[in-house]
Design a protein around this ligand. Structure first.
Ligand code: ITT
Length: 197
């Protein structure tokens, strides 16, 4: 099946492509008239609400076009830091663009509690039917920025139960095997591969 991923983030597209291709699906970035549609992200405490809002907006944009027949995928994700009471969470993208990774390290410099988690909610619409799944990856914030692989907060996020490297030091496959998005998308891929689909 062809899956159009409505995201501005090509790293997300590559991660999804690796997962869905294992069951023969082809993922590409959704573009309308050659452009990635700009979606409004509601100011909300929950990434679920943001993901559902994204799928509704895309549904309205593709309605009446040939894309209406394709499966449409959206995802919302973020990093939730314990000592900051879950901040930045749904505001992760804004925080990354403004204070950046060093800003996060500075914010929690004196904190002994370095726990954090990545969370993702993925939603797919197939001929009007909506399926969703979520994934969490528990870990901690590193002391320093390390690694230039992955994207976003990867160079400061060390997943639990691995060898102590940040996600920025892992290959895409290594990260997909344990990441929030990897988990959410694998669950979604299992749902769409059910015999009734
Ligand atoms: P779209 O909304 O267009 O899909 P985006 O990158 O803005 O792309 P989000 O709104 O979901 O995505 O924001 C997610 C934020 O959390 C953003 O700052 C990411 O860099 C960060 N993030 C999410 N998943 C991540 C991951 O796997 N590795 C590193 N950072 C991640």
């Amino acid at each position: 099946m062809e899956i159009l991923f409505a995201t501005s983030n090509l790293d997300k597209v590559s991660e999804a492509s690796e997962i869905f291709s294992q069951s023969g699906h082809v993922v590409s970035q959704l573009r309308i008239n050659g452009k990635v549609p700009e979606l409004t992200e509601p100011q909300s405490d929950g990434i679920e609400e943001v993901a559902l809002s994204k799928i509704r907006q895309i549904g309205a944009l593709v309605s009446g076009t040939p894309m209406e027949k394709s499966a449409i995928l959206v995802e919302d994700s973020g990093i939730f830091i314990s000592s900051l009471h879950g901040f930045p969470g749904p505001y992760s993208s804004y925080v990354e663009r403004t204070i950046g990774l060093q800003g996060i390290l500075d914010l929690i410099q004196k904190e002994r509690d370095r726990r954090a988690e990545y969370r993702a909610v993925a939603v797919i619409s197939i001929e009007g039917e909506i399926l969703s799944s979520s994934g969490i990856c528990y870990g901690k914030i590193s002391e320093v920025i390390s690694g230039d692989l992955g994207f976003g907060f990867d160079p400061i996020f060390i997943p639990d139960d691995t060898d102590g490297r940040t996600c920025g030091e892992m290959t895409r496959s290594e990260k997909n095997a344990i990441s929030h998005r990897g988990r959410a998308l694998k669950a979604l891929s299992e749902l769409i591969n059910l015999p009734s689909k």
